[in-house]
Design a protein around this ligand. Structure first.
Ligand code: BEZ
Length: 210
């Protein structure tokens, strides 16, 4: 199934390390980072899940929950989880979905035949409080993800939802923002501080305080 930005993230019920979860019911009105990894007891995945565990308070500050998936069975997840805490220094604090029949992986198109076997690649979906998919990323199995970037994107999505702005290349919170092309410069001057028109289509402004 091909999923696009703006689509409703498909609901599912699956066994996880925190027991059976129905995705929408578990997520409620928070944001979610739903990501897949290829297999348990593998090195890159161990670092990725440890990094996610260490970001718990960053996600909580952003009303965001993390949930992972691999096609390995629940017994393997339970066997592997202590390694994540041992290696990263932070115990697993979010659910890992067991998907041995690949139902959820296929629903989210997380298996890419060109990537070697029938395990999941490194997919990331950021889902908003209304269950809309707001970002998707796909990394190959050999490349671990940058979780600072995932947090940065959540910040950018939440900032652009709150005001008529867009964020420029490499934006991080505190940087100046771009006035939405849909807003006139006259309205921008009345709305934002320190508006600067570089081109009629490129107007900078201070980020509105939240
Ligand atoms: C890993 O997580 O280390 C890994 C998994 C599958 C292929 C390559 C690396």
């Amino acid at each position: 199934m091909s999923l696009h930005l703006g689509d409703t993230a498909p609901d599912f019920t699956a066994m996880t390390t925190d027991g059976e979860i129905s995705f929408h019911e578990w997520k409620k009105d928070s944001w979610a980072v739903f990501f897949s990894h290829p297999a348990d007891f593998t090195p890159v995945c161990t670092t990725e899940l440890g990094r996610t565990a260490a970001l718990e308070s960053e996600f909580a500050q952003r009303n965001t929950k993390a949930i992972a998936l691999s096609v390995d069975p629940i017994e393997d997840h339970h066997g592997w989880a202590p390694d994540i805490g041992e290696v990263s220094g932070t115990a697993l604090n979010f659910p890992i979905i067991a998907d041995p029949d690949r139902t959820v992986a296929e629903l989210y198109d997380m298996i890419h035949p060109g990537e070697g076997d029938t395990s999941t690649v490194r997919s990331v979906f950021i889902v908003d409080p209304s269950n809309a998919i707001r970002l998707s990323l796909t990394y190959p199995k050999s490349v671990g993800r940058n979780f600072d970037e995932i947090v940065r994107v959540i910040d950018a999505l939440q900032a652009t939802d709150a005001a008529s702005i867009a964020t420029p290349a490499d934006w991080v919170p505190g940087d100046r923002v771009i006035v939405s092309p849909a807003m006139s410069t006259e309205d921008a001057l009345a709305t934002f501080d320190n508006v600067e028109e570089i081109k009629p289509y490129l107007r900078w402004a201070d980020a509105p305080s939240s």
